[in-house]
Design a protein around this ligand. Sequence first.
Ligand SMILES: Cc1cc2nc3c(=O)[nH]c(=O)nc-3n(C[C@H](O)[C@H](O)[C@H](O)COP(=O)(O)O)c2cc1C
Length: 185
Amino acid sequence: MKIVCVNGSPRKNSNSAGIAQHFCETAQKKGAELKTYFINKLDYKGCQGCNACKEKSEKCVLQDGLTEVLEEIRSCDLLLMASPVYYGDVSSQMKAFIDRNYSFVDKDFTPRLASGKKTLFVLSQANPDEKAFADIYSRYSSFYKMMGFTDCGVIRACGVRGPGEVADREDIMKLAEEKVLQILA
Ligand SMILES: Cc1cc2nc3c(=O)[nH]c(=O)nc-3n(C[C@H](O)[C@H](O)[C@H](O)COP(=O)(O)O)c2cc1C
């Protein structure tokens, strides 16, 4: 299994990236191949709405830091997207990445990528209430289903604020390990 892990937090020792890393390292021990990106370090733009990917190309025509990431997703089995919750949504870095996935569908919104790809989301938020911001995952996972991905769910860390706080949350790290077993089964 090839995993492409896209981290949308801009900060060091990020909670969402920490969970993603634990998932990925556990999966690697079981033989998974891994490509990890910290997109805040990349130079890229959001979707320009140019529709070139609908009218003249199967791929996004922008050539920037996301070009390689989008290419790697074409050959992956699992796309892991990890983001902090910012103002009730994913980070702006992650949102711009998601918009750039627009070339993954045809102009009639049928999927262009090979079937069988999966998505997993990781979201961390300061608010301890699991009902708060539960809509983020359902909203984005529905778009990835439209793009032809099979949804493998979400790992949410609620009640983590400071960098690295999630490292003490054994319950969440265990959830990440269980997800590996579920997805690699
Ligand atoms: C700009 C900004 C907006 C935030 N908005 C929210 C929010 O709407 N709800 C929430 O629970 N936490 C919010 N937080 C807190 C982060 O979601 C929290 O610290 C999270 O654990 C950060 O994840 P990371 O370490 O992966 O970056 C916000 C933090 C920042 C910097």
